[in-house]
Design a protein around this ligand. Structure first.
Ligand code: FEO
Ligand code: CA
Ligand code: CA
Ligand code: CA
Length: 653
């Protein structure tokens, strides 16, 4: 942290320490997982690709195309960058709620010059990321009323607080209150517009200080105990909630991602040092540890072991205590997307968003009981956590993180399943999982059983360390991988995989991008991050190029529809674009596919100085954009955008 009063608390995982693992690369399999359709590139032919990869692409084809053509029919928008958002013609894009808008009773109106911790804890939080929709009543497929569950990942202090706001105690407490999540009841009126039911009994704010329970195999372990919690069973709050998921029983999963940013200290000579080094702890991007000892690892050495988990929230019971489910492992969880397996078990995928880190899967031991919601509420405490090893022949093997098996024994410092879970990354290193190009959202598609893995980028992959799934050194563009469970069995030990798209501008040979040749001038993108599938099982991808956007694409982030079947498989179509400095999070559809919720995160801050009309770092006083209010004195505000089709109908045509 360079300036403790005005820290740059934007999170860019791409400049954090990376996995030192030396697990073997896949070597010679390079081209094996490309279908013939994917060999065609904008400017280079298959011979050139083969030359770059050192392999013949011919003769080894991927999975056959599925029947049916892509049926996106909207007119796409154009690449570009400016101060506002853009949506395809024929659609409305309305602001539903902004950072600082009142949420709970007694919340003050937004007043950026007079922020208070108590006010913020009742207002909509900062930097909205994941968005989930739970239809009301529970169990229905309602598309006109539901609970909107929104994560607030982090704070962008430079544009959040005015210069001269030097009351650190108050500022840090406001930041803590701006983290976490919001649960809102929303309804669609007869005019087709969505609004928030301010009187709803379900309304809730969760923050970095909300009391939570710890459950599962690591709960109560000695390494989870602190002076404030000698039981190791209770913790205050959640931080850096990136993406998430909604379970089949209507709970809201919040993924704790870059938790290392929140801790200060050194912890020299402490037994946890090896553990913490693997997670990049402490990063010290927030100075909360100067006012609250639990964020200082020299004072509370075990506190970081209580972060990096999946938090489950019962959205239907606002008095319920959120639960950190340790059975799902501890790492920088990008998200936690569940799918109900054909045998009734729930399967949850989660990427560990760090360069050279891994893809994980949790399979519950118990089965979901659709008739008894209460019986499902602790399903996530017992099951099998596995990590992915991508095989040279296009196979994928799930390796179980089970104490006592293979190298996960006392000889390697694991004396219980709690140890395996607290040090999930080190356990996965020992199993020789495949290091990936920053796994972000992992999106199962219930309509097809396929699973989409977004590998967002990896600027540090070196020549000689590429493999079949991570094909490019200095990969600043990312790729989308399609995983196929056998016969739709999400719990199977072995899957197969194929690359759907290798992102980047196909007109620039250095990208080695691979798109379907019919991809339009605006249909390509870089850095896939969040993903969603709509009511028809079609894939939508949101991007986050971070501060690298001018190199990765030269154009703003946004949302693209991506065809996964038919002759157009591997084409993109641009639907939405964010304002300068923002990334796009949370694509989420209602069950009828007629409403799309988007989260525009950190408008104005990420790489704004590369924006030629602006050319300087954003501050509260001088941001690159004042989206969405565009009023003097009002800073940019992360907001939820609601997309509907003019005159009604499904999003995307
Ligand atoms: Fe919070 Fe991996 O993005
Ligand atoms: Ca993300
Ligand atoms: Ca998703
Ligand atoms: Ca990201």
């Amino acid at each position: 942290m360079t300036d403790p009063l005005r820290p740059d608390t934007n999170i860019d995982p791409d400049d954090t320490p990376s996995n030192p693992s030396t697990a073997p690369a896949l070597g010679d399999v390079i081209a094996a997982r490309f279908s013939r359709r994917h060999m065609i590139r904008g400017t280079l032919g298959t011979a050139a690709i083969a030359a770059m990869t050192g392999n013949s692409l011919l003769g080894v084809l991927g999975s056959p195309a599925q029947a049916g053509e892509s049926n996106f029919s909207f007119r796409e928008i154009e690449h570009g960058v400016d101060e506002t958002h853009h949506v395809a013609a024929g659609y409305d894009a309305d602001i539903l709620i902004r950072w600082g808008d009142p949420v709970l009773p007694g919340a003050p109106d937004f007043d950026p010059d007079n922020q208070t911790p108590d006010g913020q804890s009742r207002q909509f939080g900062s930097n909205n990321d994941y968005v989930g929709f739970i239809p009301l009543p529970h169990g229905s497929q309602s598309a006109t009323r539901g609970l909107l569950c929104v994560n607030h990942e982090f704070t962008s202090s430079r544009v959040m607080f005015p210069r001269g706001f030097n009351d650190n105690m108050r500022r840090f407490e406001i930041e803590m209150a701006a983290h976490g999540g919001s649960i809102l009841e929303i309804a669609r009126g007869l005019d087709g517009r969505w609004s928030i039911d301010g009187a709803s009994k379900y309304t809730r704010r969760i923050t970095a200080t909300t009391p939570m329970r710890i459950s599962g195999p690591a709960a109560g372990d000695a390494r989870m105990k602190t002076s404030a919690d000698p039981s190791g069973m209770n913790v205050l709050g959640t931080v850096n909630n990136c993406a998430g998921g909604i379970t089949p029983w209507g709970t809201y999963l919040m993924a704790e991602e870059n938790f290392n940013n929140y801790f200060i200290g050194s912890l020299k000579g402490h037994p946890e040092q090896r553990n913490y080094k693997r997670y990049g702890l402490p990063r010290g991007r927030y100075a909360w540890g100067t006012i609250d000892r639990r964020w200082d690892i020299d004072k509370e050495p075990n506190e970081p072991n209580r972060f990096g988990w999946i938090v489950e929230v019962d959205a239907f019971d606002p008095a319920s205590m959120p639960v950190k489910r340790t059975a799902l492992g501890r790492f920088k969880h990008e998200g936690a997307e569940p799918i109900l397996n054909r045998d009734g078990r729930v399967v949850i995928y989660s990427g560990d968003d760090q360069r050279f880190d891994y893809l994980y899967r949790f399979v519950s031991r118990g089965r979901v009981d659709p008739e008894n919601r209460r019986a499902n509420l602790n399903l996530l405490d017992t099951g099998t956590l596995s990590v992915a090893k991508f095989e040279a022949d296009g196979g994928l093997t799930w390796l179980d993180l089970a104490w006592g098996q293979g190298p996960l024994t006392p000889n390697n410092g694991f004396s219980s399943q709690a140890d395996v879970l607290i040090e999930t990354r080190r356990a996965a290193d020992l199993l020789e999982a495949t290091p990936l190009d920053r796994p972000e959202d992992v999106q199962p598609n219930p309509a097809t059983g396929k699973v989409y893995l977004n590998l967002t980028n990896n600027s540090k992959r070196k020549a000689g360390k590429t493999d079949g799934i991570n094909r490019r050194e200095k990969n600043i563009w990312g790729q989308i991988v399609e995983l196929s469970p056998p016969d739709g069995d999400q719990a199977a030990r072995s899957f197969t995989w194929d690359i759907l798209v290798q992102c980047g501008d196909p007109k620039r040979p250095e990208t080695r991008a691979i798109w379907h040749p019919d991809t339009s001038a605006n249909g390509w993108f870089s850095c896939p991050d969040n993903a969603a599938v709509d009511a028809e099982g079609r894939l939508w991808i949101a991007t986050d190029q971070g501060s690298n956007w001018s190199r990765a694409s030269g154009t703003a982030d946004g949302l693209w529809a991506v065809a996964t079947s038919g002759p157009g498989r591997g084409t993109g179509r641009m639907f939405f674009r964010v304002p300068v400095g923002a990334e796009l999070c949370g694509p989420c559809f209602t069950p009828d596919g007629e409403t799309l919720f988007l989260a525009v995160q950190h408008p104005s801050t990420d790489g704004a100085k590369q924006y030629k009309k602006f050319g300087r770092r954003s501050t509260f006083e001088d941001p690159a954009t004042r989206w969405p209010d565009f009023k003097d004195g009002i800073p940019p505000r992360p907001s939820i955008v609601v997309i509907t089709k003019k005159g009604g109908g499904r999003i995307g045509g």
